[in-house]
Design a protein around this ligand. Structure first.
Ligand code: NI
Length: 166
């Protein structure tokens, strides 16, 4: 099932999302499948649950739509993720977001991160990612923290974008 994607301005994108309880009513397998389907229908490389209106700590990534060697085989489900640490030099890359169509801006992010999360089978992982993988995770992780990529821009850039955003 393809969900409609929530657009900028919807308060759900500004909520700090809640952990999913393993014993909850959420059919995680179905939800994950629907999120991949929704993301692929929009040619996205990442999608977070708040973007389909659910304030849950869940995001999916799949780089297969890109030509990028680093992430084209990077397909992963992140449940109840917590970034433990970010490190390394910050670097700029032009990002976009399915919830903020038409806007692309350079965003500075740390090169490396350590993250703890569950996969769709409720196995706990603790891993280190860097480069483009780290960037995709950081963008989606922001979504479950109620943060959008435009929040990382300078005050001037944000003012210039304001007309476009409203
Ligand atoms: Ni996004």
């Amino acid at each position: 099932m393809i969900y409609p994607i929530v657009a900028y301005g919807d308060p759900v994108l500004r909520k700090v999302a809640q952990d999913i309880q393993q014993e909850s009513d959420v059919d995680i397998k179905k939800l994950v499948e629907d999120m991949f389907e929704t993301m692929h229908a929009s040619n996205g490389i990442g999608l977070a649950a708040p973007q389909i209106g659910l304030a849950l700590r869940l995001f999916v990534v799949d780089g297969k739509e890109t030509e990028d060697e680093e992430i084209k085989d990077f397909r992963q489900v992140f449940i109840n993720a917590q970034i433990l640490e970010e490190e390394g030099e910050k670097w700029a890359f032009e990002e976009g977001c399915l919830s903020i169509p038409t806007i692309r801006e350079n965003v500075m992010r740390h090169a490396k991160l350590h993250i703890r999360y569950y996969d769709a089978d409720w196995n706990l992982h603790e891993e280190t990612y860097e480069g483009m993988k780290a960037r995709v995770i950081q963008h989606e992780y922001d979504h479950i923290q109620g943060v959008l990529f435009i929040d990382h821009l300078s005050g001037l850039r944000k003012r210039l974008l304001k007309g476009k955003l409203t």
